[in-house]
Design a protein around this ligand. Structure first.
Ligand code: KG4
Ligand code: ZN
Length: 310
């Protein structure tokens, strides 16, 4: 396990630093994983790696390393789509987790993506709606930056929001299509609001941090719930999942769960440890692709922009 705490100092992921850290950590991390699983390299049957989407420098390190390892061990190579992996994380646990039946809808929310996806089979996915600008994770991270909180901002806003009044301040919701999202206007509205208030009272943020966070969170969660509701209405599919880093959010989890009772949906909320980026979600995709012998050739390319249906 290796995390990249350095990014919190800069208020975001610095691509150059991320690539260097990947290069430094990849060999020891793989060694640790083998040790912890109590296996050796020759026990492996295939190598799964993240092909994209993501930061090119980090993807290149992983792709090159995976290819070399697969070639050295003469075993198959399996390219994994990071967004499919977030969704298929719902299938990691054998018994402890209720698995969504096909077809189901998934609100896929991370630092780079905000999508409503219809999943008809493990590798048959269709995007029904997505963000026209910023991702919801970015909205959290940028709001946190405006408030002088650290990075990643999502968990920090979530924490402060728990003690605040969600109706203290009102931010308008964007006017976009039924299943589309837009978060850049919200970020600007928050920036102007804070600038205005700080002019009147320099301690405004400090004195009202919990209420500000709760109000931001309320706006974001309402937008997400409206959109998923639209998707259920449109498709008639009432099995609804969430996935991606932002699905760690306590309010989103609570509000979605509550819809089971009020709307009669069945909801699927991933275990906390499978929400933000993790290796198990790449592993589960590798597993299903291995079962169907869906392997990739050695000229597979890392791809910074990759859609969930690619
Ligand atoms: O999926 P992820 O780990 O990485 C990407 O693929 O982007 O998602 C990271 C995002 C960050 O924007 C982070 O602020 C957000 O997930 N996040 C949260 C929470 N935990 C992580 N957002 C809101 N509430 C949380 N509790
Ligand atoms: Zn992710």
């Amino acid at each position: 396990m290796a995390n990249q705490e350095i990014h919190s100092e800069y208020g975001g992921v610095v691509p150059e630093l991320a690539s260097r850290a990947h290069q430094q950590n990849i060999v020891p991390v793989v060694q640790q994983a083998l040790q912890r699983a109590n296996i050796v390299k020759k026990d492996l049957s295939a190598i799964a790696f993240t092909k994209g989407p993501g930061l090119m420098g980090s993807l290149l390190v992983g792709t090159s390393f995976a290819k070399s390892l697969a070639q050295g061990l003469s075993i198959p190579l399996i390219a994994v789509n990071h967004m499919q992996a977030h969704i298929l994380a719902h299938f990691i646990e054998e018994d402890t987790q209720q698995k969504p039946p096909f077809p189901f809808l998934c609100l896929t929310i991370s630092g780079g993506h905000t999508e409503i996806v219809k999943i008809t089979d493990y590798f048959s996915m269709e995007i029904l709606g997505s963000t026209l600008d910023d991702a919801v994770g970015e909205a959290y991270d940028k709001s946190a930056k405006i408030l002088g909180l650290g990075y990643p901002g999502g968990p920090l806003i979530d924490k402060h929001a728990k003690n605040g009044n969600p109706y203290a301040y009102k931010f308008t919701k964007p006017k976009v299509g039924d299943l589309d999202f837009s978060f850049s206007g919200l970020k600007t509205a928050i920036l102007y609001f804070i600038q205005r208030e700080v002019k009147l009272n320099p301690s405004f943020v400090k004195e009202n941090l919990d209420d500000i966070c709760a109000s931001i969170q309320e706006t974001i969660v309402n937008i997400l719930m409206d959109k998923i509701n639209n998707a259920v209405k449109k498709t008639g599919i009432t099995h609804v999942a969430i996935a991606g880093g932002v699905s760690a959010n306590s309010e989103i989890r609570k509000r979605l769960k509550a819809l089971e009772k009020t709307r009669g949906w069945t909801t699927y909320i991933p275990k906390f440890e499978y929400t933000t980026d993790n290796a198990a979600m790449i592993g589960i995709v590798g597993y299903y692709k291995y079962l169907s012998q869906s392997f990739d050739s050695n000229d597979t390319k890392a791809t910074a922009r990759l859609k969930v249906d690619e």
